[in-house]
Design a protein around this ligand. Structure first.
Ligand code: ATP
Ligand code: MG
Length: 286
């Protein structure tokens, strides 16, 4: 029984869909019927637990779950003794301070002596301390944005992604104190067998993430341009170059990083490439 990985994910919320998608993309199959609190995996020694996100770091610290997927904001705020083993790149958001719109603001020092409502007293407290600000932290568990308008606090510190919730509550964002994304956390007391299962899972996650960041590219170019085109398409080792049936033309196949894509595609076109096809990659083993 100890040689399975119990993976805790958020039951229902902003992390749920992407967490389950990632586990499925890693080839792990399970039945997540509505209302289920646990689901055994069909083809990997794992079991998925469906929990509230705030509870996940505690379960992982206690070893009830061996792994968990949570927002880094929650992992840090709960202060539990767990390892962050991988950054997952989804559910990106920031923890920001907002004050009533129109109020003057120059620096964090303006919050000296003020009261700030937040669900993140630990992260906020650390930030205020590091910046030598003496403000009163008012901990509330939700609907933080209404605190200034009902006279509960003079400022707020809460999760922001677009800033529209702050705006619609008459607040302006004045300070970002923490940037977050989903992370995988692990218990510090894994057995060697569980550690080996975790390594297998991380290998799969890396392959899924690498594939998402790359595209497969095919193009035709005059044989005389192959060298220049290849310079922009180094691929995993080198591009594949094959002659076309038309004399003097080649087909070049390679892998291109999503970040360099638009910049390089222009240069490749200028070098004489045509008929460029770009195809998603499902898995990429580095
Ligand atoms: P639970 O019922 O499980 O306690 P919750 O209401 O506390 O859920 P959610 O609102 O589902 O939590 O948010 C989960 C995590 O998603 C947050 O801790 C944060 O890391 C991230 N997150 C929150 N808001 C956003 C957003 N607007 N955009 C992207 N990610 C977000
Ligand atoms: Mg929560």
């Amino acid at each position: 029984m100890t040689d399975i990985l119990r993976i805790a994910v958020q039951k229902s919320g902003r992390l749920s869909d992407d967490s389950l998608k990632l586990i499925k993309e890693c080839g792990i199959r399970f039945d997540n019927g509505a209302g289920k609190l646990r689901a055994p995996a069909a083809n990997f020694p794992a079991e998925i637990l469906f929990l509230r996100d705030d509870d996940i770091p505690g379960y992982v610290e206690d070893g009830v779950a061996h792994l968990g997927i949570v927002g880094e904001n929650v992992a840090v705020e709960t202060g539990r003794a767990v390892e962050t083993v991988h950054r997952l790149g989804f559910s990106k958001c920031r923890l920001s301070i907002g004050i009533p719109r129109g109020e003057p603001y120059e620096s964090i020092k303006d919050l000296d002596g003020k009261s700030i409502a937040t669900s993140y007293p630990r992260i906020l407290g650390k930030y205020l301390q590091e910046n030598g600000v003496d403000a009163q932290i008012h901990e509330i568990s939700g609907s933080v944005e209404i605190a200034p308008s009902i006279g509960l606090a003079e400022a707020v510190c809460d999760i922001v992604s677009s800033g529209s919730t702050l705006l619609s509550n008459g607040l302006q964002e004045v300070e970002t104190i923490f940037r977050s994304e989903a992370v995988m956390i692990a218990s510090r007391n894994l057995t060697p067998a569980q550690q080996s299962l975790l390594d297998q899972l991380l290998f799969r996650i890396n392959s899924v993430q690498a594939a998402k960041n790359h595209k497969y590219i095919l193009l035709n170019c005059p044989t005389g341009s192959v060298e220049e085109v290849s310079r922009y398409l180094p691929g995993m080792r080198s591009p594949t170059v094959m002659p076309l049936a038309s004399e003097g033309w080649c087909s070049v196949h390679s892998v291109i990083n999503e970040n360099d894509f638009w910049e390089n595609i222009e240069k490749i076109r200028l070098a004489g490439a045509e008929g460029i096809l770009v195809i998603p990659i499902e898995k990429m083993i580095l």
